[in-house]
Design a protein around this ligand. Sequence first.
Ligand SMILES: [Zn+2]
Length: 209
Amino acid sequence: MKNADEFWDNVDIRGEEECWIWQSYVDKRSGYGQATWLGKKHNAHRIAYITAYNCIIPDDIQVCHSCDNRVCCNPNHLWLGTSKENTWDKMSKGRHGNTSIVINWSIVHYIRSKYANSIMSTRDLSREIGITDHAISLIIRNKSWHDPNYIPSIPDPSSRARCAKINWDIAREIRTLYSNGMKYIDIANRFNISRDIVEGVVRNLTWKE
Ligand SMILES: [Zn+2]
């Protein structure tokens, strides 16, 4: 498969609620559709998820079916869960119970807002949600669960301290300065914060009012 179009040519695309059956090679042992994507063999439904949501899925995250139909490629029937590595990670911390954590969009939004508003660190979120720091970090940076409208308010953990300089007074001042015509970058320099943080505040993605 060279591109997404070529991949989707092999899927019987139907209504939003229906299963979209993979029409090409199916691995007999696993029952999953398979294809080569960017030089590597993958399950077809994983490629479906990657191309549908335009995201990178870390190796320790699995694409799971809500319909239990292994050859289904309907993105609406696919969700991301954690794999054995995370299970092991949880076990090693003495936490048993569910073998996989179901991540959905509402959890993703929850993680992003808690982090953007400096309420919780990646470690806090990792503990609360039950997935690894790495998986949390990918969500925060929009690398997994890609949302074209989401602006990572904190591009990397090292800028976290800079984010902490914001409070409600500053957030409101940022909005006033922007509505008075000041540029993102100039506002950022004024408060010694990153441009992304300013944009997040201006667009009401963080410090929501
Ligand atoms: Zn399905």
